[in-house]
Write a protein that binds this ligand. Structure first.
Ligand code: 5RP
Length: 224
């Protein structure tokens, strides 16, 4: 199974939704990078779009390949947002944030008219929770939150990079939680969001409109 090929096929299918004149939210990660590159070729062939990147990494990539960019403040509406995911279930609920961009990604998702998720076939699960759930925390509160989540049985692990704490584009930290196959994911989301200092979680509930999955040499599309 060639997962990178599946990511690319899903990305190729997703960009068919993009038309000239649109403002396009650009996700983050290896699958989203395929989509950004596809859009880059389309722009070179005359497609007129403006992109809103969800991370500094995506901003860099999009700039390098010539996609005109704007910011969330400057744009009235995002017509379509395309991004990857770490897990999705049959109800189109997602875990995102493996790449650490979940906060900006969730803000763009919330502010987009159409949300398309692209994924390789390995991201499909019966129940969310094998992937460790990323939560973004304010550095000032992170130690306290870590202790609290430990007591709640969620086995938080502070994300590290290059020998130091991983720092998000918004200057925050990430705790990766072992949520297991929790039965009430909505309740978990609201409980986590009530803790001061947790800025956002990687649970993207009822946010995806379309999921395009690369499977072998073909794609499968799920719609809400
Ligand atoms: C980044 C994300 C990514 O979409 C997610 O981690 C999937 O990444 P990849 O496409 O590299 O598998 O949420 O914050």
């Amino acid at each position: 199974m060639n997962l990178d090929r599946e990511k690319q096929l899903a990305a190729k299918e997703a960009v068919k939704f993009v038309k000239s004149g649109m403002t396009v939210g650009l996700g983050t990660g290896s699958t989203a990078a395929h989509m950004v590159k596809e859009l880059g070729s389309m722009v070179q062939n005359g497609l007129e779009i403006v992109g809103v990147p969800s991370s500094e990494n995506t901003k860099k990539l999009a700039t390098e390949i010539g996609i005109p960019l704007t910011t969330l403040e400057e744009t009235n509406a995002i017509d379509v947002y395309i991004d990857g995911a770490d897990e999705f279930d049959p109800y189109m609920q997602l875990i995102k944030g493996g790449g650490g961009a979940l906060l900006r990604e969730k803000i763009l998702t919330y502010n987009s008219d159409l949300v398309i998720i692209i994924a390789d076939s390995q991201k499909e699960v019966k129940r969310l929770g094998d992937f460790k759930l990323p939560v973004e925390t304010i550095p000032f509160a992170t130690k306290k939150i870590e202790r609290l989540l430990q007591k709640m049985g969620l086995q938080p692990k502070l994300r590290v990079k290059d020998g130091g704490n991983f720092v998000t584009d918004e200057g925050n930290f990430i705790l990766d939680l072992n949520i297991g196959h929790v039965s009430n994911i909505q309740l978990l989301e609201s409980n986590l969001k009530q803790i001061p200092g947790i800025v956002e979680t990687g649970l993207f509930l009822d946010m995806a409109d379309i999921i395009i999955i690369g499977k072998g040499e073909t794609t499968i599309t799920l719609k809400k």
